[in-house]
Ligand binder design. Structure first.
Ligand SMILES: Cc1cc2nc3c(=O)[nH]c(=O)nc-3n(C[C@H](O)[C@H](O)[C@H](O)COP(=O)(O)OP(=O)(O)OC[C@H]3O[C@@H](n4cnc5c(N)ncnc54)[C@H](O)[C@@H]3O)c2cc1C
Length: 483
């Protein structure tokens, strides 16, 4: 078998790359390899109040058709200048055009274009943050609810699948130069097989966080260490985050002074709140490790207690050596403290570096909202962090949350909510090593492209699709023998 192009990964980067190729070159034979399952076979036990089991080695939250766009969840589409690190890489004009095309393609299956928020914020919002020396980063954001995202994934499937070869539960595990192309090793449930191809696109996202670096290094590609961030996810009652969440669904801020840099991440605080997600990294870092993410919800029914909202708060790793040493030291502490499984602490105990009385059930029952997941235990989340990291997170939280509360009009201060917020840990982001790639996302001297999260430049659905399109267009202009 010799497809012209093999794409590893059916997340937004791989799917957009496939579309860019097939729109212009329907004559090319494209094989899309996806390590995970078909989109309707990706249930997450944690979403149903159960324990994360790892789903037989392939986490359904981050693997399967759609990639980290999980069928059944919602998502936000954040446009440039979100992901602005891509601009110098792709060039201003090219980046803007790719962003518009990515948004157009991602939303094409929807009956109407979603409303864009996140710009032209109210004076009230800007002032509340400025008082805390924070500036809100304004950019257009579209919120896709659960039904919208289902429609997007189904639309991509029905458009692409008749035009290409899709193998589910098929993982790219090796690549070596072969003439002017490559010889690939693909592992399926039943066997390992070899395929030759002219071009390989690596769109392996979260699941490929370390394996893709190893594969690239085995091909002689140089990679640069990442700027890892670590932190927590804060969960609270929906009314605390709703006002700012409605104005800016993907709230991010920059600091106006020279305080230690912290960032809010993946804000899930609209009127229906959001759900914490567990992402199982399986053996990517040795023994299995589970970290957190979140997604906004628009259709979740309310039960007995008010719904929960959440956001991630991250700081740069500090006092742990280089990026890889820092990552390994953080994960080692996490395994030591809670066997690599997420745990929770009250905000008061997290800030004071003390323990909470009782078990997770006790802590859960104390909260005035319904925590979005049950697979947690109570523990010393604060102990995951060095003193410097803890100081950054706590100072950053007070300013960020202080601004949110001022703007919310609920009449509360940070000190009023210390017993009403859960600190869930850990969140780890920006973990990808950065391969040397050009503006087409191609590595030097090899027919290999690295797109999406795996490129280590910017995270996000639109940003992944932008890179996928750039690579697809570059492949379209290559010569293919006999075509
Ligand atoms: C829970 C969660 C919520 C998020 N919410 C948002 C949001 O609202 N908005 C936003 O912009 N971003 C969000 N993100 C981030 C965003 O989803 C990612 O940045 C984006 O999906 C990256 O796209 P990608 O195609 O590079 O990788 P992914 O979407 O991670 O897809 C990679 C795919 O490659 C497959 N794969 C990996 N290795 C191999 C291999 N060797 N062979 C074959 N297949 C392989 C994986 O199984 C996976 O399906 C969220 C992430 C998570 C985890």
């Amino acid at each position: 078998m010799h497809p012209h192009v093999v794409i590893a990964g059916a997340g937004p980067a791989g799917l957009a790359c496939a579309r860019a190729i097939l729109n212009e070159r329907p004559d090319l034979n494209v094989l899309l390899l996806e390590a995970g399952r078909p989109y309707r076979r990706r249930p997450c036990p944690v979403d149903r109040g159960l324990r994360c089991t790892g789903c037989a080695g392939v986490c359904n939250v981050v693997s399967g058709f759609g990639g980290s766009m999980h069928w059944g969840d919602g998502a936000k589409l954040s446009l440039l200048p979100s992901g602005r690190r891509l601009v110098p890489h792709l060039g201003e004009e090219n980046a803007q055009e790719l962003c518009a095309t990515a948004f157009e393609w991602l939303t094409a299956p929807l009956p109407a274009k979603p409303v864009l928020q996140g710009e032209h914020l109210s004076e009230d919002a800007l002032n509340a943050f400025a008082t805390n020396k924070l500036q809100i980063r304004e950019y257009p954001v579209a919120v896709l609810g659960e039904s919208d995202l289902r429609a997007v994934i189904e639309g991509w499937y029905s458009d692409l699948v008749p035009a290409l070869n899709l193998w589910h539960t098929a993982e790219l595990v090796g690549a070596e130069p072969h003439g002017s192309g490559l010889r690939l090793t693909v592992r399926t449930a039943r066997r390992e097989q070899h395929i030759t191809t002219d071009h390989l696109v690596l769109a392996t996202g979260r699941r490929g966080v370390t394996s893709t670096t190893s594969l690239l290094q085995s091909l002689g590609v140089r990679t640069e260490l990442p700027d890892i961030s670590v932190g927590v996810r804060l969960e609270m009652a929906v009314d605390l985050l709703a006002a700012i969440g409605e104005e800016h669904p993907d709230l991010k801020v920059s600091q106006l002074d020279h305080a230690q840099k912290i960032k809010s991440f993946c804000f899930c605080g609209g009127p229906n709140g959001g759900r914490i997600k567990l992402t199982n990294y399986q053996s990517a870092f040795g023994e299995p490790v589970i970290t957190l993410d979140g997604h906004e919800t628009t259709e979740r029914p309310c039960g007995g207690r008010p719904l929960a909202s959440n956001f991630g708060l991250l700081c740069q790793v500090q006092g742990r050596g280089n990026a890889l040493e820092a990552r390994d030291s953080f994960i080692a502490t996490y395994r030591e403290r809670n066997r690599g499984r997420p745990f929770a602490q009250s905000l008061r105990a997290f800030l004071d570096r003390t323990g909470d009385p009782g078990t997770w059930r006790t802590l859960d029952a104390r909260m005035p909202f319904q925590p979005s997941i049950q697979d947690l235990s109570a523990g010393r989340v604060d102990r995951l962090f060095t003193n410097a990291e803890h100081a950054s997170l706590t100072a950053g939280f007070r300013r960020f949350m202080g601004a949110i509360l001022t703007h919310s009009g609920v009449g509360l201060t940070v000190d009023d909510v210390l017993d009403e917020v859960l600190v869930v840990g850990p969140e780890m982001e920006f973990l990808w090593e950065k391969p040397e790639i050009d503006a087409d996302c191609k590595v030097p001297d090899l027919p290999v492209y690295v797109v999406g999260d795996s490129a280590g430049i910017a995270q996000g659905i639109v940003q992944a699709a932008m890179m996928g399109i750039a690579a697809g267009r570059a492949i379209n202009s290559a010569d293919f023998a006999g075509v």
